[in-house]
Design a protein around this ligand. Structure first.
Ligand code: FAD
Length: 458
């Protein structure tokens, strides 16, 4: 290790290498909070070239590294493990180009998602990715985790927004795949190896994103529903009546909704009566007046049909923000609930209702004082489960029970947060032996010394 450090000192400027007490605590753990560990050294390359020389040296010395973006990951993937050198992309920031004709944006991997969103908006364009961690997460981290968020129902996950990228391999080789074209079938589309592979196959350094036109009007409603079947039927109806303008379909079970309102006393319940399900619906349109009419008439139709029990349509941006604060209240909850099993899972939408009822009942049978909170991007089959007893010692068993139950139903153990270290041992619950074998073959081919984000994902 000392020989490597000596060579890094010779190669890098002072602002790129940090050792011992120079390394702030923030680089010891990501947002998951999983087993904090100070990295053996912290490297902050300023560009692709410098990162490439760092990786060439680490490869030569067989030095394991962990890649860090905005550290908002929830799977423990960016948390260092003993002996690892952390490589932070935080100095590789900036937007290189916005092509308003092709509607593309080229940015460096360390740029915060919110910076991309604001830069797109300034050009009357829309960055079709949004998540609660927007101010801190980086586009490189979003690509590495194939992040989802609240726009997936219309625009898909990060994978569907990326036209091209640049990545550095474990041995320092730079792969330039900075494609800007929508159609390009010239051989293997290598960008997909890096999207969603959580930094195990390469380090994403630059990205080309397909932007979208900015839709002028946005309409939001908070609806109350009586049962899960109404939720699935409503989704089908609204997809028919609102088409691709349906941009949000976020379901909250009453257990989640009530808990958020109980914990965050700044929020007020906009309904006077209690309901089993609360649904946030968002619709975007190019015309304010026609959009509002279309949205309201689609909702009224479903109130008359009996699928919606009650609905509050936001009359202002402030109203809409208040509805979203309830949905986004999970951030506040996680600060106060103590030890929780926090899962993001996926199943076919038609099965999610029965699955969640069976899961809640199984967990409550097994553990005393068990509380289960359910919510999610149901339009994308994605359910978030927060389960807790208040006892740290139950957490690992609860995680395991949920993972095994997903396996029984052949669902996805992670819908959007990724496998990281926290779900690595359960990958076989969602992937077949042949899939896992091919993943290992790819890893061996691209990182034969196993130095890049080792022991994550597989
Ligand atoms: C409040 C909150 C809300 C969230 N909401 C959502 C949501 O709705 N949808 C969702 O999908 N996620 C969500 N997340 C999770 C998280 O924000 C995403 O996973 C995000 O994409 C991580 O980006 P990051 O830059 O913080 O990555 P990090 O946490 O730094 O890293 C995540 C993983 O990617 C790797 N990595 C990071 N940068 C690179 C790179 N340039 N090249 C290669 N590998 C890299 C790391 O090694 C690690 O394995 C949320 C998190 C929080 C805290």
């Amino acid at each position: 290790m000392q020989t490597l450090i000596d060579r890094l000192v010779q190669t890098l400027d002072k602002s790129a290498l940090f050792l011992g007490d120079e390394i702030s605590e923030k680089y010891s753990v990501d947002w998951s909070g999983a087993d904090p560990c100070k990295p053996a050294a912290l490297l902050k390359p300023k560009n692709t070239e410098q990162l490439s020389s760092i990786m060439a040296l680490c490869h030569e010395h067989e030095q394991p590294v962990v890649i860090q973006g905005g550290l908002t990951g929830l799977a423990g993937g960016a948390t260092p493990q003993p002996g690892e050198v952390a490589i932070s992309l935080e100095r590789m920031q900036g937007i290189e180009e916005i092509d308003t004709t092709a509607m593309t944006m080229t940015a460096q991997a360390g740029t915060a998602l919110q910076v991309l969103q604001e830069a797109a908006a300034e050009q009357d364009l829309f960055m079709p990715l949004d998540l609660g961690a927007r101010g801190s997460c980086n586009i490189g981290g979003n690509v590495a985790t194939n992040a989802g968020g609240t726009e997936v129902i219309r625009y898909g996950m990060t994978r569907s927004l990326v036209l091209g990228l640049e990545a550095v391999l474990a041995d320092g080789t730079v792969i330039n795949a900075m494609n800007k074209m929508v159609k390009n079938n010239s051989g293997y589309d290598l960008k997909h190896l890096f999207i969603g592979s959580e930094g195990t196959l390469g380090i994403v350094t630059r990205v080309v994103i397909q932007l979208q036109p900015k839709l002028k009007s946005s309409h939001t409603a908070l609806c109350a529903l009586q049962d899960y079947e109404s939720v699935t039927r409503l989704l089908a109806e609204l997809k028919r009546s609102l088409g691709s303008g349906l941009t949000g379909f976020e379901l909250m079970w009453d257990n989640y909704y009530d808990k958020v309102l109980e914990v965050d006393t700044r929020l007020q319940n906009p309904f006077t009566q209690a309901h089993p399900f609360y649904l946030l619906v968002e619709y975007k349109d190019s015309s304010e007046t026609a959009g509002r009419e279309r949205f309201e008439s689609a909702l009224f139709e479903q109130i008359e049909a009996g699928l919606i029990t009650d609905a509050l349509i936001a009359q202002s941006h402030q109203d809409a923000a208040r509805f979203w604060q309830i949905r986004d209240g999970i951030g506040e909850l996680l600060q106060v609930l103590g030890p929780v099993s926090n899962q993001d899972i996926s199943l076919p939408i038609s099965e999610l209702g029965e699955f969640s009822a069976a899961l809640e009942s199984r967990l409550k049978d097994r553990y005393s004082n068990m509380a289960v909170l359910l919510f999610g991007h149901i339009g994308d089959n994605n359910l978030h489960v927060v389960a807790y007893t208040g006892r740290e010692e139950d957490k690992a068993d609860i995680n395991r029970d949920i993972m095994l139950m997903i396996g029984e139903h052949r669902g996805a153990i992670t819908a959007e947060h990724g496998v990281g270290v926290l779900k690595r041992d359960f990958l076989d619950q969602s992937r077949s032996p042949s899939e896992i074998a091919l993943m290992k073959t790819l890893k061996m081919a691209m990182d034969p010394k196993g130095i890049l984000n080792p022991r994550r994902v597989i």
